[in-house]
Design a protein around this ligand. Structure first.
Ligand code: ADP
Ligand code: MG
Length: 697
C-alpha cells in the first residue's frame, strides 16, 4: 500500500494533473470556466480531452463514459472504448473535445415523468467541468449533466448547479452591500454523514426480501437488539475494520475525503463521514461513496445495506447533510464574526436560513420523501416529519433579545442594535447538542438530518439553496434601496425573526407534545410521501423554483410524477415479495414443521400411550391458526395490490398504497413473525434477525 498522500486522488484528473498536463493558457481558461462559470472554448476542450485521455491511458483505462445522475436516484454510465480504427488495420486510442463535452445516451429508458412523451426521446449529457473526472473500473468517468433535447433537465445535477448559481447571485448582492468588492463567488458546502448496515452475503442471499427490496419484510424481534446501547462508538469488529480500511483506500483513490468511521446505534450499523466539499462535488462523491460501499462489501463477503429501514425494531439509516455558505476568499458566512458589523452580516445570513426553512418547510420535507424514508421520519429514531430548527440556547437568546428589542443579558449586558452597539460574540456551543432536530445550527453550519441513507443529497440541497436564495433576494431588493443601511438591516433582521420564529424549536423533537405544539404553530406535518409530494405543485413552491430558474414548470411536473411513481413501484415490489415469500417459503415451512409435530405426537402416543401430548397439541393448534391467518392476509394483500391497476393516476395509486397496501403488508407480517417465534430454528426457511444483526464477526 502506498502512502495515503500518494494514493489520495490518484485516480482523479484533478487540479494537480491539469496543472501538470495542460499549457498555461488552456489551464487558465479551464480554471475560469470552473471557478467563474465562463463558457468553454472548443479548442480548450480539445486540449483538455487529449490530456485527459493520455492520463487515463497511463492509468490503464480503456473506456470512457459520461457519468450522470438520472432521476432513478442512482448513477448511470454507458461505456465507450477509446479505440478508433487506423488505416493499417490496427487501432489508435482517441478522444476528442466533442466527446468530452457532449454525449448522446438514449434517454428513453430513464424516467422522465412525461417529458419524453411531449418532447424528443433523445437526451444528451453535458460535461460538468466543476467536478473532476476520475477512473473507475478501467473507465474514465466524466461527470455530466443529463438533459432532454429541448433542454429540460432529466437529472439531479442540473437543478443543483442552477440552485447553487441562484444562491451565489443573491449572496453576492448582499455582500456587496456590506462593502465586499473582492469576493468573486459564494458557494455552498456539504459534508454528508452516511449511515449503512453490513450483513453477511451468504445470509443475504437466502432472503428474497433483502435481494429485491433492500430491507427485511419479515422478522421477529431478536432477544437482543440495540437496547444496551453497546454498539454505538463500540470497538469495530475485525471483519468490519478490514472492510472500512479497504473502503477508505478506494475512496481516497477517487479523491473522496473519507474521514470518520464508527459503529452506529443499531447492531451491524455503521457510519462514514467525509470532510465537506462544494455541494456539487459532495453530491457526486456521495453517489460514488454509496456505490463503492456496496462494491467493496462484495469483496469481503458482505452486503452493504443502504435502505432507510432494513430492520424493524432497531434504528434505520439516515444521512446528515451538513451545509454552509462560504466565499471564494474563505469566509464561512455562517460563522459569527469578531465585530458588531461582521455580526450584522452573520445575522442577516442566519435569518435568511431561518426564513427559508419556515417559508419552504414543505419543499425541504418533500426533498427527502421516499417510501424507505417514510419508515423513519416520525418514528422516534429520526427527526420527525415536521421541519423545525434548533439554534441552541445562546443564539436563541440573542435572537430573542433582537426580536423583543430588549437588552441581551447573556454573556454581557448589551443592547441589541446591529452595527451600532457592541454585540456579544457568539461562541460555538459545543455542549448544546440536540440530536432530535431535523435542522440544527451547529456553530458554523446547519445540519439537515431528515435525509434517508439512500437519498441522493441533490434534492435536499436544491431546495435549501433555492429557498435561501429567495430570502437573500428579498433582503437585497430591500436593502439596496435603504437610506440608512445599518438601521435597515436591524429592522429587517428583527422583522424576519418576528415573522418566522415559529420554526425555531430547541426542545425534544421526539416528544409527542411537540407534535401538538407544532400544529398550534402552524407547521406542516407531512407524514408520508403521498402527503408530502403534492406540495411540490403548490403555487408558492412552483413560483420559488421557477423564479430562480432552478426548475421549469415541465421539470417540476415531471419530478412530481417520477417521485410518486418511484414510491408506488417500490412498495409494489415489496408487497409482491411478501406475497411470494409467504406463499413459497413461510407457509410451506410452517406446514411441514406442523406435520413434523403431528408425526412426533403420533409416534409418542404409540410408543408411550400414557405420555402427555399437551405441548405438541397446543403448538399444532396455534400454528394451524397462524397458517390460516397468514393465508387470509396474503390473499387480502394481493387483492389490494391488484386494485392499483384501476387507479386513475399516480396520485391516486400512491394514496391507495398509503391507505390500503401498506396496512395490509403490516397485517401479513404480524402472523408470519409470530409463526417464526414458534417454529424450530432449523425449520425456518431463511436467516432470522439475530443471525443478520450479529452474524458479522
Ligand atoms: P458532528 O456532526 O458529529 O459534530 P462534525 O461537526 O465534525 O461532526 O462534522 C460532521 C460533518 O460536517 C463532516 O462531514 C464535516 O466535514 C462537515 N462540516 C464541518 N464543517 C462544515 C462546514 N463549514 N460546512 C459544511 N460541512 C461541514
Ligand atoms: Mg452530525
Amino acid at each position: 500500500m502506498s502512502s495515503v498522500p500518494v494514493m489520495f486522488g490518484s485516480m482523479v484528473f484533478d487540479d494537480r494533473e491539469m496543472k501538470a498536463r495542460l499549457s498555461a493558457k488552456v489551464y487558465n481558461s479551464l480554471k475560469k470556466t470552473i471557478d467563474e462559470g465562463e463558457s468553454l472554448d472548443g479548442k480548450v476542450a480539445d486540449a483538455v480531452a487529449i490530456a485527459m485521455k493520455d492520463w487515463a491511458l497511463e492509468k490503464g483505462a480503456t473506456h470512457f463514459t459520461h457519468w450522470f445522475q438520472p432521476l432513478t436516484g442512482v448513477t448511470a454510465e454507458k461505456h465507450d472504448s477509446f479505440i478508433s480504427p487506423s488505416p493499417d488495420g490496427g487501432v489508435i486510442m482517441e478522444f476528442s473535445g466533442k466527446e468530452l463535452i457532449k454525449g448522446e445516451p438514449d434517454a428513453s429508458s430513464f424516467p422522465s415523468g412525461g417529458i419524453r412523451a411531449t418532447f424528443e426521446a433523445r437526451g444528451y449529457t453535458a460535461w460538468d467541468p466543476t467536478s473532476y473526472a476520475f477512473i473507475k473500473d478501467k473507465t474514465l468517468c466524466i461527470p455530466t449533466a443529463f438533459c432532454s433535447y429541448s433542454g429540460e433537465a432529466l437529472d439531479k445535477k442540473t437543478p443543483l448547479l442552477r440552485s447553487m448559481e441562484a444562491l451565489n447571485k443573491q449572496a453576492l448582492r448582499i455582500l456587496k452591500l456590506f462593502g465586499h468588492k473582492d469576493i468573486k463567488y459564494v458557494r455552498t458546502s456539504v459534508g454528508p454523514e452516511q449511515e449503512y448496515f453490513l450483513v453477511d452475503r451468504e445470509m443475504y442471499n437466502q432472503r428474497p426480501d433483502l435481494i429485491f427490496t433492500g430491507r427485511t419484510l419479515f422478522g421477529a424481534k431478536p432477544p437482543k437488539g440495540q437496547e444496551l446501547d453497546d454498539h454505538y462508538f463500540g470497538v469495530i469488529k475485525p471483519r468490519v475494520q478490514a472492510y472500512m480500511n479497504d473502503l477508505n483506500e478506494e475512496l481516497w483513490k477517487l479523491g473522496v475525503l473519507a474521514k470518520t468511521e464508527h459503529n452506529e446505534v443499531a447492531p451491524a450499523q455503521h457510519e462514514l463521514a467525509p470532510i465537506y466539499a462544494t455541494t456539487n462535488i459532495a453530491t457526486d462523491h456521495n453517489q460514488l461513496t454509496m456505490e463503492i460501499m456496496q462494491k467493496v462489501a462484495q469483496k469481503h463477503g458482505l452486503v452493504c445495506l443502504l435502505h432507510e429501514k432494513p430492520f424493524a425494531g432497531v434504528n434505520g439509516s439516515g444521512k446528515h447533510n451538513n451545509w454552509s455558505m462560504a466565499t471564494d476568499t474563505g469566509v464561512n458566512l455562517l460563522t459569527p464574526g469578531e465585530t458588531p458589523y461582521e455580526n450584522a452580516q452573520f445575522l442577516l445570513f442566519l435569518v435568511a436560513v431561518i426564513q427559508a426553512v419556515d417559508e419552504y418547510q414543505t419543499l425541504l420535507r418533500l426533498s427527502v420523501a421516499t417510501a424507505g424514508n417514510d419508515h423513519r421520519l416520525g418514528a422516534n429514531e429520526a427527526p420527525p416529519a415536521i421541519i423545525s430548527m434548533f439554534l441552541g440556547d445562546e443564539l436563541s437568546a440573542v435572537l430573542d433579545a433582537i426580536e423583543k428589542d430588549q437588552p441581551y443579558t447573556g454573556t454581557e449586558k448589551t443592547e441589541m442594535k446591529l452595527g451600532v452597539h457592541v454585540l456579544p460574540r457568539f461562541f460555538r456551543d459545543t455542549t448544546d447538542r440536540n440530536r432530535t432536530s431535523p435542522f440544527a445550527f451547529t456553530g458554523n453550519k446547519f445540519e439537515f438530518r431528515s435525509l434517508g441513507s439512500s437519498n441522493s443529497i441533490a434534492c435536499a440541497n436544491i431546495m435549501l439553496n433555492t429557498a435561501v436564495a429567495e430570502s437573500l433576494k428579498q433582503y437585497a431588493d430591500e436593502l439596496e434601496k435603504a437610506e440608512d443601511f445599518e438601521t435597515a438591516v436591524h429592522a429587517l433582521v428583527r422583522r424576519v425573526l418576528l415573522d418566522h420564529s415559529r420554526v425555531i424549536f430547541n426542545g425534544n423533537g421526539y416528544d409527542d407534545s411537540w407534535i401538538v405544539e407544532a400544529e398550534k404553530r402552524g407547521l406542516a406535518n407531512l407524514k408520508t410521501t403521498p402527503d408530502a409530494m403534492p406540495e411540490l405543485l403548490t403555487e408558492k413552491n412552483r413560483t420559488l423554483l421557477m423564479s430562480h430558474g432552478v426548475m421549469s414548470e415541465t421539470e417540476i411536473n415531471s419530478r412530481y410524477e417520477i417521485m410518486l411513481e418511484n414510491y408506488c413501484k417500490t412498495v409494489n415490489i415489496e408487497a409482491m415479495t411478501m406475497v411470494d415469500m409467504a406463499r413459497k417459503m413461510i407457509l410451506p415451512a410452517v406446514e411441514s414443521y406442523t406435520a413434523e409435530l403431528s408425526e412426533a405426537l403420533q409416534t409418542k402416543k404409540a410408543a408411550v400411550p400414557e405420555a402427555g401430548c399437551g405441548y405438541e397439541k397446543k403448538k399444532i393448534v396455534k400454528l394451524s391458526g397462524l397458517m390460516e391467518a397468514i393465508d387470509g392476509a396474503v390473499d387480502a394483500l394481493e387483492a389490494e395490490v391488484l386494485k392499483l391497476k384501476d387507479a386513475a393516476d399516480i396520485t391516486e395509486a400512491a394514496c391507495l398504497i398509503r391507505d390500503a397496501v401498506l396496512p395490509k403488508m403490516a397485517a401479513l407480517r404480524l402472523p408470519c413473525d409470530e409463526a417464526e417465534t414458534m417454529t424450530a430454528k432449523k425449520a425456518w426457511p431463511y436467516p432470522v434477525y439475530s443471525d443478520l444483526l450479529f452474524g458479522v464477526k
